[in-house]
Design a protein around this ligand. Structure first.
Ligand code: IDP
Ligand code: MG
Length: 172
């Protein structure tokens, strides 16, 4: 277990796991961006990067390469570039798995109530958010959407109220 304590004795964003959350075109247009960000903030995750952008064909092909042979790929590609998205990067202990749980199952109709998709989505495709699935995916996806200078590591005083001093499991 890696302990998230900086030399000054405080829990530190520097050594916490990071994950990417995209607010998809449906989330933006349904005015759900604030709701989604609020849920992640209230859980205790730390916002370390945020930007609005419109994905192009190359970014979509890279981001959804695991689905490129599926019959519905052209539909997802058209959906993801139909309007801007909001890309966010969050830090926290075991942030990747925690955020996937908060998002819920891919299909909004069967996602458990209480999750973002369970509460806010009725579709498999238009399911409001994307969240990284693995440490490898998170690293690649964060690099796809953010330059190093667009990610912030700051002394987050809230961490001492959110975690115990020795809590943590390393960045990845
Ligand atoms: P995830 O977003 O829960 O990780 P993935 O299987 O990685 O789900 O699929 C990526 C995205 O592709 C989904 O969030 C959804 O928008 C879309 N998608 C996945 N499966 C289908 C499908 O069967 N029909 C239409 N769209 C799909
Ligand atoms: Mg996925």
């Amino acid at each position: 277990m890696t302990v998230h304590i900086a030399t000054n004795g405080h829990l530190s964003l520097w050594c916490m796991q990071r994950t990417l959350v995209l607010i998809k075109p449906d989330g933006l247009q349904r005015r759900l961006a604030g709701e989604i960000i609020t849920r992640l903030e209230r859980k205790g995750l730390s916002l370390v990067g945020i930007k609005m952008l419109q994905m192009d064909d190359q970014a979509i092909a890279d981001h959804y390469k695991h689905l490129s042979t599926r019959p519905f790929f052209p539909e997802i590609a058209a959906f993801m570039k139909s309007a801007p998205i909001i890309a966010t990067c969050w830090a926290g202990v075991e942030a990747i798995a925690t955020v996937r749980i908060l998002c819920g199952a891919t299909n909004g109709r069967t996602a458990i109530p209480g999750t973002i998709r369970g509460d806010l989505a009725m579709s498999v495709q238009a399911n409001v958010v994307h969240a990284s699935e693995t440490p490898e995916a998170a690293e690649e996806e964060i690099r796809r959407f953010f330059a190093p200078t667009e990610l912030f590591e700051y002394p987050d005083k809230g961490l001492t109220l959110i975690y115990s001093p020795s809590e943590g499991s390393g960045r990845t």
